[in-house]
Design a protein around this ligand. Sequence first.
Ligand code: ADE
Ligand code: ZN
Length: 339
Amino acid sequence: MNELNIVKFVNGLPKAELHLHIEGTFEPELMFEIAQRNQIALPYDSVEAIRNAYQFSNLQDFLDIYYAGASVLIHEQDFYDLTWAYLQKVHAENVVHVEIFFDPQTHTERGVAFETVIKGIHAALEAGKSKLNISYKLIMSYLRHLDEASAFETLKSSLPYKEWIFGVGLDSSEMGNPPSKFKHVFEASAKEGYKLFAHGGEEGPPEYIWEALDLLKIDRLDHGNRCLEDSLLVQELANRKMGLTVCPLSNLKLKVVKDMHEHPLKKMMDLGLLVTINSDDPAYFGGYMNDNFIAVIDALYLSKSDICKLAKNGFEASFLTEEEKKFWQSQIKEYYNQF
Ligand code: ADE
Ligand code: ZN
């Protein structure tokens, strides 16, 4: 396929996004608009100045700017607008199912109520379901640079909205904040019926992934790149059919990989891992789902069948029902045969 056909092919493919921080979809244009209506001064005088500031040498560099951006979100409408903008964007890319994170503590730490945040996000997700036919699961992430007591408070705040929340995740600064720090709150979260997710092996060592598996008892792993340093771990992840939500453009921007040609995605596929493609924080990393697909297809010379396998994996590793998974996987097969 030539480049034009690849773009067309990826566009038309039904896709599921499983690793997306809603705060990471905050485009500079909307950031300016919301900052203005909330009368908050941004340290930038234009949209271009914001975009120019998006040069990161590691995860922490990015997180500092990401938390600063999120600080203009105050009202329920702000969270609605943020989420709705994301859904419209991915709808145009034929993303039909999303399992997205939000970071309650990023907002509650600034005095914005849990209720305000979740009501805005939930209302937009419901609108996405009815108007755009996008199914969804919502996951609240604990910030790992904060202590476990703060995560416990977040868990408590979430309970009145339990019906709206599918699971808990673990994100933010990985190094120095191992999963073991959150063992008790993950146990308590599971008792409330939440599914369990954690970032692991983005910058952190394979030991952190082992801890996420054995101590946190996660249902899916976010990133997971560094599992490749431990062949026993790779075997374990493959045996468990553990979903790994890989984020190519994020990995490039945060210098997890030096060059997209060196991205481990294809190696991970060949080792039998259930890897999926996701955008992580697309407003900061230069692309949504389709751009992430195209970036790895070009750099790793992926075939049409590799591409379909990745799209199918997105549904396989999702928490849709078996019936829904089968439906989308057969749609992909049909699309493959027709294209
Ligand atoms: N929060 C938002 N994006 C993140 C990432 N890629 N890693 C850890 N925490 C995050
Ligand atoms: Zn992430």
